[in-house]
Design a protein around this ligand. Sequence first.
Ligand SMILES: Nc1ncnc2c1ncn2[C@@H]1O[C@H](COP(=O)(O)OP(=O)(O)OP(=O)(O)O)[C@@H](O)[C@H]1O
Length: 258
Amino acid sequence: MNAITDTTPALAIEDLRKSFGKAEIIRGVNLRIGKGERHAVIGPNGAGKSTLFNLITGRFPPTSGKVSLHGKNLAGMAPFQINRMGLSRSFQITNIFPKMTVFENVRCSLLWSKGYRYSFWNLVSKSRDLTESADAILDQINLLNRRDLPAGVLSYAEQRALEIGITIAGGADLIMLDEPTAGMSHSETDYIVDLIRKVTEDKTLIMVEHDMGVVFGLADYISVLVYGEIIATGRPEEVRANPKVQEAYLGAALEAEH
Ligand SMILES: Nc1ncnc2c1ncn2[C@@H]1O[C@H](COP(=O)(O)OP(=O)(O)OP(=O)(O)O)[C@@H](O)[C@H]1O
């Protein structure tokens, strides 16, 4: 029987809960994210967005509930196993090796994701393949002209672009970005948004983002997380018009933009 059909969501979350001690931080989240969708998770500080990311990626075990990637239950899997199944994430903080070159940062990520790291001879034989793949990614993220510089000398926006390159390097089809435009100027933000749009063509994207311009410009669907519960999911215009969302978050968040 072919259990996986085209209607299988890229990611399905069912009644997910997470407590730290007595505090229940994620309180019964249900979410289906379709293949190829760009989905933003928004909500006030402390709502549980990063915790939700950490549950999806296997960094934290849930207290109860279920997360499935392409129809496969992720229960008990380690982050690297989930990564090999096609899910790749970036972090809020920049996560690159500053002394390695830009090229080496991407190549290292390719090595890891392709599982070449255990065999030196395998590594040598795949070397040209890896170089070509790494250069193709550098081209995609507009960093080919910075290829041989130590990553630490790149501008902040370029470092975040490199981090996106590292995130997509393994060919994952579900990309999770945690605040990809945090701390950026307007022009840097526009640059990163264009880049995200380009590199996530034909992929599924889940992002946490506080900049409502980015969210409404990029997302096909938005979910609003407040105190560990999703109070609304829908198309951007539906979410924007939802009075519950206005009251709990969006009114204040949109005002803060102006
Ligand atoms: N490992 C942990 N142990 C205990 N409490 C935690 C842990 N991780 C997160 N929390 C708590 O869970 C709540 C949600 O935190 P989380 O970082 O998920 O929120 P967030 O929506 O991502 O916030 P922000 O927008 O500020 O990044 C916070 O009250 C936080 O203190």
